[in-house]
Write a protein that binds this ligand. Structure first.
Ligand code: ZN
Length: 301
């Protein structure tokens, strides 16, 4: 094992024998010194059984580990396939019912997505809600962050949130059912939580899967009133400017993506904020600005 045998010469300093490499042998230790040390401290640790029995046992253990790895890989692939399917079957509500956001005094910030049941294909509306910060006015709804985990009480089930979702459905005439929220036990944590379930067949729409629906499949359907103190340039500038003549005088900065910048920025009209299918460059091109003027100032050309 070490290359040192009965016929080998003993070196002048025999202690160097302890440094011999035995890492390719059967024991866990790397050098003969470690091996002898452990033998003296803990006694022998040989495996029982003839070499062929031991080898068979090792083979079995390897096979078992490979099976587990395989199962884990298949499990992960199945989850990824379900996430992919969920995304394929989901759409932004504004794509189906038009861009529309319900604005409330200090109500919740609600994002919604249209999806369908993995079990029975029934279409339904799912939503993610966040409370507005009291006493603060928002100039943007912030970025969407869908909760990955929820507890037994979830804000999505708050009456204010239901009210906002219902109002949006009424105003857009969205002929789709809301998902139902029911207590369910999570498999991994054995804790109860309030889950979305299919209104038709009661199948669980796991929150982990909901959180994996891509951002472009969601629309902002309700948000607190936006701050307007600096947002009335249209009325202040007197007669309407013909949008066909040259560039608009004022370029507005893009909508702030975060909730932290409330006060400094001029406000982009609310319809433009919800119309997220257009890029900022499109919205601020002469055509985009002209269209916005027509919408908000009643200018006709
Ligand atoms: Zn269903």
């Amino acid at each position: 094992m070490t290359g040192f045998g009965k016929s080998s010469e003993i070196p002048p300093d025999p202690s160097v024998l302890m440094d011999l490499d035995i890492s390719c042998g059967l024991s866990d230790e790397d050098t003969l010194g470690e091996f002898v040390g452990n033998l003296l401290r803990r006694g022998h640790g040989w495996e029982h059984g003839r070499p062929d029995v031991q080898a068979a046992r090792h083979r079995q253990e390897d096979e078992r580990a490979a099976r587990l790895r395989d199962e884990e890989k298949r499990r992960r692939e199945a989850i990824e396939a379900r996430i992919e399917e969920m995304n394929r079957n989901s759409a932004a509500p504004e794509a189906a019912f038009g861009a529309h956001t319900v604005h409330t005094e200090d109500g919740p910030i609600v994002w919604a997505t249209l999806t369908q049941c993995w079990n029975c294909d029934h279409p339904m509306l799912l939503w993610n809600a966040e409370s507005a910060r009291p006493g603060r006015q928002h100039s943007s709804a912030g970025t969407l962050e869908v909760k990955r985990e929820v507890g037994p009480k979830r804000y999505e089930n708050h009456p204010d949130v239901h009210k906002a979702v219902n109002k949006w459905m009424q105003e857009t005439r969205a002929d789709v059912q809301k998902a139902t929220i029911k207590p369910r036990r999570s498999k991994t944590k054995a804790a109860e939580y309030s889950a979305f379930v299919c209104p038709e067949c009661d199948a669980l729409i796991g929150q982990m899967f909901v959180s994996c629906i891509r951002t472009d499949k969601w629309s902002l359907i309700s948000a607190p009133l936006l701050k307007r103190a600096t947002a009335e340039p249209a009325k202040a500038t007197g007669p309407a400017i013909d949008p066909r003549k040259g560039k608009p005088q004022r370029q507005r900065p893009p909508v702030a993506p975060a909730l932290s910048t409330y006060y400094e920025r001029p406000i982009v009209p609310e319809e433009l904020q919800t119309d997220r299918r257009k890029t900022w460059a499109e919205l601020h091109s002469p055509d985009g600005v002209a269209e916005a003027r027509r919408k908000f100032m009643g200018t006709r050309d």
